[in-house]
Write a protein that binds this ligand. Structure first.
Ligand code: ADP
Ligand code: ZN
Length: 439
C-alpha cells in the first residue's frame, strides 16, 4: 500500500526543531515546578541547586536534574511522587512487573486526555482511520496496553473490539464476524495466532486483517518480516512503558524505519548505562525519558533500562520528531555465559532468520559443574518432519554453527515440534535461567 503520511496533529508533528525545543522548555519548567512539590523530588532538586522552574533556563539544564530509577518508584510507593490532591486523580495503572514488584502511575482527567491524544496520533500515523475495525488483543486491567490503545482507537474513531488477549479461537471468530482490519498484540502472540490459524484451518480470505501494532517486548526485524509475510499484513512497532503513561511514547510511521518519539510529550536522552554520560548520536545506550505531558505524577530523567539509539536523518513522512532504533532489550536482560555478555535479542536475530524455524523458542541457562550451559529450544516450522532425522540433524547443526559465529558461544540446540513450548498471552518469557543467583 502506498504510504499516505497522514498527520493526526499536523502542527505538532511537523514543528521545527527550535519550535519543538521551545515547547519542551516550557513544559520542562512546568514539570520541575510540579516535581518540587513532591515528597520524593523536593529534597533531590534542592540538592541539585534547583529551587523551582526559574532555575531551568534552557534545555541544557536538564543535565542538572537527578535521574529517577524503578527502585525510586518502588521506594516512594504508593503516593510519594504524586503532586496533586488525591481527589483530582481519576485513574491508576501499573507496570507488568517483568523485573520485580510492579510500579504504579497516576493520572488526572487532563493526563488521560493527553495520553489518549498521543496514542491516537500513533495509530493514525500507520494509516488507520475511522473506517478501521480494531481488535485489541492485549491484556486489559492494570496493564496500560489495554485501556491505552482502547481509548486511542476510539479517539481515531475506529470501531474498537476490547477482545483482550488469549483464546485464539474466539479471536478468529471476532475477526470474521466483525471484519477486523487491525489488531494490537505482542509479537510473540501474533506468531502464535498465525500458527493457530494454520492448525484450525482458518482461511486467510475469511479475514480482512491489514495491519498490526506489535510491542510490549523486544523483537527483531526478521520477526517483524516473518509476521508480515505469514499473516500478509503490515506490522508497526509500538513502544511505551507504564512509567511514561503506557503506549504512545514512540511508534513507527508508514516509513517503518524506526520509532518516532513524540518529543512534545517526552524528552529523550540516550546515555551510557554505566557512566550516565550522553552517547554520540547513532550509538546504542540506555534510553532516559522525562515526561512532559502528565500533571498528576512527574517523572524526571527516568532510566528505562531499554537499549536504543537515535536515528537523526529526516524521515520521508515529514515528521520532525526524532526516531529511535528498535529496542533490543533491557540492560538487565543481559546474560553472562561463561564470561561472555549476551542479549536474548542476539539469539532471536539468528534463529528467526532461518526459514525452517517455527514461531516459538526458549533460551535455557543452567549450571553444569562450574560452567554455564546454554540450550536453545526451538520449534520447527510446518515444513519440517520430525521423523526425518537426517535433515533435522543438518538443520540443528546449521543453527548451532550460525549461533556460534554470531555469539561466540557453543550452545546446545534442541529442535521441537510446533506447539510444544509454552505460549504467553502477554509478554513472552524467553529465558529460563536456573543458575544460583550469587554466581
Ligand atoms: P514492565 O517494565 O514491568 O515490563 P511495562 O508493562 O510498563 O512494564 O512494559 C514496558 C517495557 O516493555 C519497556 O520498558 C520495554 O522494556 C518493553 N517494551 C515495550 N514496548 C517495546 C517494544 N516495542 N520493543 C521492545 N521492548 C518493548
Ligand atoms: Zn516517519
Amino acid at each position: 500500500m502506498a504510504p499516505s503520511y497522514q498527520y493526526w496533529h499536523p502542527e505538532m508533528e511537523t514543528l521545527s526543531r527550535p519550535e519543538l525545543e521551545a515547547h519542551q522548555l516550557r513544559q520542562l519548567k512546568r514539570m520541575v515546578s510540579n516535581a518540587s512539590r513532591t515528597e520524593f523530588y523536593r529534597p533531590r532538586l534542592l540538592e541539585a541547586g534547583i529551587r523551582g522552574e526559574a532555575d531551568i533556563r534552557s534545555l541544557a539544564d536538564l543535565k542538572r536534574l537527578p535521574f529517577t530509577t524503578k527502585h525510586d518508584l518502588r521506594a516512594s510507593f504508593p503516593y510519594g511522587m504524586l503532586c496533586i490532591p488525591l481527589e483530582e486523580v481519576i485513574r491508576l495503572h501499573a507496570s507488568s512487573g517483568t523485573t520485580g514488584t510492579p510500579t504504579t502511575i497516576y493520572f488526572n482527567r487532563e493526563d488521560i486526555r493527553r495520553w489518549t491524544g498521543f496514542v491516537a496520533r500513533s495509530i493514525y500515523s500507520t494509516g488507520c482511520n475511522k473506517t478501521d475495525v480494531f481488535q485489541n488483543m492485549i491484556t486489559y486491567g492494570l496493564f496500560t496496553g489495554g485501556l491505552g490503545f482502547h481509548a486511542g482507537g476510539e479517539e481515531v474513531g475506529m470501531l474498537v473490539i476490547p477482545s483482550g488477549s488469549g483464546n485464539t479461537t474466539r479471536q478468529f471468530k471476532f475477526m470474521q464476524d466483525f471484519g477486523t482490519t487491525v489488531v494490537h498484540a505482542t509479537p510473540s502472540f501474533l506468531l502464535h495466532v498465525e500458527a493457530k490459524m494454520r492448525e484450525e484451518g482458518v482461511n486467510r480470505e475469511s479475514i480482512r486483517l491489514k495491519r498490526a501494532f506489535a510491542g510490549a517486548e523486544p523483537y527483531s526485524e526478521d520477526t517483524r518480516r516473518r509476521i508480515e509475510e505469514l499473516l500478509r499484513i503490515d506490522v508497526y512497532n509500538s513502544y511505551g512503558l507504564s512509567e511514561m503513561n503506557g503506549p504512545g511514547v514512540a511508534f513507527e510511521c508508514q516509513a517503518k524505519n524506526g520509532l518516532h518519539i513524540w518529543e512534545d510529550g517526552y524528552i529523550a536522552e540516550i546515555v551510557h548505562p554505566e557512566t550516565l554520560e550522553p552517547v554520540r548520536d547513532g550509538e546504542v545506550g540506555e534510553l532516559v525519558l522525562t515526561i512532559l505531558c502528565r500533571e498528576a505524577m512527574p517523572l524526571l530523567r527516568y532510566r528505562t533500562r531499554d537499549l536504543s539509539a537515535f536515528y537523526t536523518e529526516p524521515c520521508p513522512c515529514g515528521r520532525t520528531h526524532r526516531r529511535l532504533r528498535r529496542i533490543t532489550g533491557r540492560t538487565d536482560d543481559m546474560l553472562i555465559i561463561n564470561g561472555v555478555n549476551l542479549f536474548p535479542s542476539q539469539i532471536e536475530e539468528v534463529i528467526m532468520a532461518v526459514k525452517e524455524v517455527g514461531n516459538n523458542y526458549l533460551i535455557v541457562v543452567e549450571k553444569e559443574g562450574v560452567l554455564d550451559r546454554l540450550t536453545i529450544k526451538i520449534e520447527v516450522g510446518p515444513t519440517i518432519f520430525m521423523d526425518d532425522t537426517r535433515p533435522l540433524n543438518a538443520l540443528r547443526e546449521r543453527i548451532r554453527k550460525t549461533l556460534q559465529a554470531a555469539i561466540t558461544i557453543n550452545a546446545r540446540v534442541e529442535l521441537l515440534e510446533p506447539g510444544s513450548l509454552p505460549v504467553s498471552e502477554g509478554k513472552a518469557t524467553r529465558v529460563l535461567d536456573s543458575r544460583p543467583r550469587d554466581v
